[in-house]
Design a protein around this ligand. Structure first.
Ligand SMILES: [Zn+2]
Length: 274
């Protein structure tokens, strides 16, 4: 599933293609939405915002297109008149004179007015967005002291979109490693320095992944691995998807286990369970 950094990059592409443009047509591939198409005639796109793992595209008619990619949804941006070669189902098309933004396979699509937007059940539950440039480590640190989150294991908490929105499976492994914390620890077990480290690691890993198209290793380190002949996917992460390989910091062997139903990777030396 795409995580916050991937959704944010999709938003950048859509923004570059359709922001401030008048639409010639908005088309829905879901029958129950087709009667809403007329409301978008001649409307102008005024905002493209990722929120958690959802996309919000606002128009000057007061309506917002909400979509959530779930597992299979995928955005394409194409020149007007051309469609991608894919077997996926077209679910939504935002067509301007020059460019089309096309959403395939996603089934969670909605047309929301201002009230619908403020009351949307998924959006209402979301915590602060990890890629919001105004989000500070101190805010995340304070959330770690919140009673709602204090007794949760870090591995589960880092996937909870109500804690911080936009984190997903590779980021949770990388954040816990960067913070040198074991995912079975709880915020309650951490001292203030641990909490600050975890908060900073959360922002650092997500922002780096956004800037590098998904690489969480420092740029220089990833580049050195590539020069040494490693593939992109093997020069990408500290621990994620690296079971039985050596830790890049201490040489101990990375272990994989399942946590909250999904795989997580840990260095037993760098991330001691205290
Ligand atoms: Zn290590």
């Amino acid at each position: 599933m795409p995580e916050g950094p991937e959704i944010a990059r999709e938003a950048d592409q859509i923004r570059a293609a359709v922001l401030d443009k008048r639409v010639e047509r908005v088309h829905f591939g879901l029958p129950h939405l087709s009667r809403r198409e007329a409301a978008f005639e001649d409307a102008r796109v005024v905002s493209v915002r990722p929120r958690g793992k959802a996309m919000l595209i606002g128009f000057d008619n007061g309506l917002t297109l909400y979509s959530h990619n779930q597992l299979y949804g995928r955005w394409y941006v194409r020149k007007a008149g051309s469609l991608p070669k894919t077997r996926r189902q077209l679910r939504m098309a935002i067509e301007t004179q020059d460019r089309w933004a096309l959403l395939y396979s996603a089934s969670e699509i909605d047309v929301l007015d201002e009230v619908g937007l403020s009351m949307h059940p998924y959006l209402a539950k979301l915590g602060p967005d990890v890629l919001d440039p105004t989000l500070e480590a101190a805010t995340i640190s304070a959330r770690l002291e919140d009673r709602r989150f204090q007794r949760r294991g870090l591995g589960a908490l880092l996937l909870d979109q109500s804690f911080v929105a936009g984190l997903g499976n590779y980021l949770r492994s990388e954040i816990a490693f960067e913070a040198r914390l074991h995912p079975d620890q709880r915020p309650l077990d951490l001292d203030p320095a641990d909490r600050r480290r975890l908060a900073r690691a959360t922002l650092k890993m997500a922002r780096r992944a956004y800037e590098t198209k998904g690489v969480t290793l420092p740029r220089s380190q990833a580049a050195a691995l590539r020069r040494a002949g490693q593939s992109w996917s093997r020069a990408r992460h500290w621990v994620f998807a690296r079971a039985r390989q050596s830790c890049r910091r201490c040489d101990d062997t990375i272990v994989r286990f399942d946590l909250a139903g999904r795989r997580i990777y840990v260095c037993p030396t760098c991330q001691v369970l205290r």
